[in-house]
Design a protein around this ligand. Structure first.
Ligand code: B12
Length: 402
C-alpha cells in the first residue's frame, strides 16, 4: 500500500477568504489526499516552515487579497533558500488572479494557477497526476528539521509497507531523551488549544529550548484526512517548535501505525519535550502503551460528559496522571470538578495499603481559550516541575482490595 499524497493548504497573510479553500480541502480528502490545513492569514515564513516539517509534496495557496504575484513568489523563493524546492507551489484566487498575473507567477516558479470556473475534478486530476508519485530522489537536507521531516516520512512509508528506513547523515542524539507528554480526551475538549497555550509558556520560560508536537487526526474511512491542528496552534508557529501532523490511516484507538516509531525518533532528537496528541477518543480508549515511551499522560475533558455514571466508563480516568477539566468557565464545570474528584478518589491507595505515599492523580480546571489562564499556568508548572512521574502512580483500588 502506498502512502497518501500529503498537501499543505493555506490562505496568505491579510486575507480571510477561506471559504474556497475549505471546499477544496474537502474535495482533496474525498480523493484520498491528506491535507494539512494551516488556516488563513498566514505568513510566508509560517507556510514554508510548516511545509518542511510536514514534508508535504506541495503547497496549495488560495489568495484573494490582491498580493498573489509577490506572495506566491516569496513562498517559492524561501523554499529554494531552505533547500526544499522539491515542495511545489500551486493555487488559485478566482477572478482576482488574471491570466497575465498567472503567466508571471509561473515564470517565478509556481506550478499551476486555477481560475474561476475550473471544476473541482480538474483540480483533483492535476494533483494526482503531478504529485501522485512518491519523490524518488529527495533533495539533500539542509537543516536538522528537514532531515527529521524526511525521516518521519520514511517511517510512515515503511509502516504503509513501501520502503526500508535508511540511516541518517544527521546525528540524532541518543545521550539524552526528551520528556514525552501524552494528551488524550474526547473531541472538542480543547486539547489542541491547551497544548498551544502550554507551548507558549514553554517558549517564554526556555529562551533556547525546543519542543516537538506529534498531532493526530482521523483518516476518513478509505479516504484522506483533514489534519487541521496547525490552524488552531498559533503560538506553535515558531522555529523552536517542530510539529508533525499524522493521520490514523485506518488504525483505531487514537494513533497511527507509525506513531510509536515516529515518537521514538523524536524522543531521541534535540527536543526538551515531545508532546503527543491523540485524535478525539472514546470512553474505552487507552492510546498510550503501558511501559511505553510516554512519561506522563494528560486526559483533557469537557465538563459536558453527561451523567456521573459516564465517568465510571472512561478508562483513561484510571490511567491518566493528570486530568484536566477544560472549559471550566462553563456552568456545569463546578459539578464536573466535584464528580471527577470523587471518581479519582476511587483510584487512590487505601490507607495502610502497599501503595500509600505514592503520587496521586492531579485534577486541574482550565480555560485554555483564555490568555494567561491561571489553570493552564498550574498545569504548566506541574508538567515542567517533573514532580509527577507517571510510572510511579499506584493502580486503581478495586473492590475488595485493602
Ligand atoms: C465570498 C467572498 C467574501 C466573503 C468571504 C467568506 C470566506 N470566509 O471566505 C466575505 C463576505 C466575508 C468577504 C469579505 C471581504 N472581501 Co470578499 N469576496 C468574496 C467573493 C464573492 C467570492 C470568493 C470565493 O470564495 N469564491 C469561491 C471559489 C470556490 O471560487 P473562485 O473564487 O472562482 O475560485 C476558483 C479557482 O480560483 C479555485 N481556487 C481558489 N482558491 C484555490 C486554492 C487552491 C489550492 C486551488 C487548487 C484552487 C483554488 O477554485 C475555484 C474553482 O472554480 C469574491 C468575489 C468573487 N466573485 O470572486 C469577493 C472578493 C474576493 N472580496 C473582496 C474584498 C475586497 C473583500 C473585503 C476586503 C471587503 C471589505 N471591504 O470588507 C473583505 C475582506 C475579508 C477578509 N477578512 O479578508 C474582493 C477582492 C478584491 C481584490 N483583491 O482586489 C473580491 C474580489 C470582490 C470584489 N470584486 O471586489 N468576501
Amino acid at each position: 500500500m502506498a502512502s497518501p499524497i500529503r498537501i499543505l493548504t493555506t490562505v496568505p497573510i491579510c486575507d480571510g477568504h477561506d471559504s474556497a479553500i475549505n471546499t477544496i480541502n474537502l474535495e482533496f480528502i474525498r480523493h484520498g489526499i491528506e491535507v494539512i490545513y494551516l488556516g488563513y492569514h498566514r505568513s510566508v515564513g509560517d507556510i514554508v516552515r510548516a511545509a518542511i516539517q510536514e514534508d508535504v509534496r506541495a503547497i496549495g495557496i488560495s489568495s484573494y487579497n490582491g498580493g498573489h504575484i509577490e506572495f506566491f513568489a516569496e513562498v517559492v523563493n524561501l523554499l529554494r533558500k531552505k533547500g526544499a524546492d522539491d515542495i511545489k507551489v500551486f493555487g488559485g484566487g478566482g477572478g482576482t488572479i488574471t491570466h497575465d498575473d498567472a503567466a508571471i507567477m509561473k515564470r517565478k516558479g509556481v506550478e499551476e494557477v486555477f481560475f474561476a470556473g475550473t471544476s473541482l475534478d480538474d483540480m483533483m486530476k492535476f494533483v494526482h497526476q503531478r504529485y501522485g508519485k512518491p519523490r524518488a530522489k529527495r533533495s539533500q537536507a539542509k537543516s536538522f528539521d528537514q532531515e527529521l521531516a524526511h525521516r518521519l516520512t520514511e517511517i510512515e512509508d515503511a509502516a504503509a509497507g513501501r520502503k526500508k528506513i535508511r540511516n541518517s547523515k544527521f546525528e540524532i542524539r541518543t545521550s539524552r531523551r526528551s520528556r514525552v507528554i501524552g494528551f488524550t480526551g474526547p473531541g472538542g475538549a480543547g486539547k489542541t488549544t491547551l497544548i498551544d497555550e502550554l507551548v507558549l509558556r514553554f517558549l517564554n520560560q526556555n529562551p533556547k529550548g525546543r519542543i516537538a508536537i506529534l498531532s493526530h487526526d482521523p483518516s476518513v474511512v478509505g479516504e484522506g484526512a483533514l489534519l487541521g491542528d496547525r490552524a488552531t496552534m498559533i503560538n506553535s508557529q515558531d522555529d523552536r517548535v517542530f510539529m508533525r501532523s499524522m493521520a490514523t490511516r485506518g488504525q483505531a484507538g487514537g494513533l497511527s501505525p507509525a506513531t510509536h516509531d515516529c515518537l521514538a525518533l523524536l524522543a531521541r532528537s534535540e527536543f526538551d519535550y515531545v508532546i503527543i496528541e491523540t485524535v478525539g477518543t472514546g470512553q474505552e480508549a487507552m492510546p498510550f502503551q503501558k511501559n511505553g515511551i510516554v512519561d506522563l499522560t494528560v486526559l483533557v475533558m469537557n465538563p459536558d460528559y453527561g451523567s456521573r455514571l459516564q465517568l465510571q466508563k472512561i478508562v483513561m480516568l484510571d490511567l491518566a496522571d493528570i486530568v484536566v477539566v477544560n472549559k471550566s468557565d462553563l456552568q456545569r464545570a463546578r459539578t464536573a470538578h466535584t464528580e471527577i474528584e470523587q471518581r479519582l478518589e476511587q483510584n487512590r491507595p487505601a490507607r495502610g495499603s502497599h501503595g500509600e505515599g505514592g503520587r496521586s492523580q492531579q485534577l486541574i480546571g482550565t480555560v485554555a481559550k483564555r490568555h494567561r489562564d491561571p489553570g493552564v499556568d498550574r498545569l504548566f508548572d506541574l508538567i515542567s516541575s517533573g514532580n509527577l512521574v507517571g510510572r510511579d502512580r499506584p493502580a486503581r483500588r478495586t473492590k475488595g482490595s485493602k
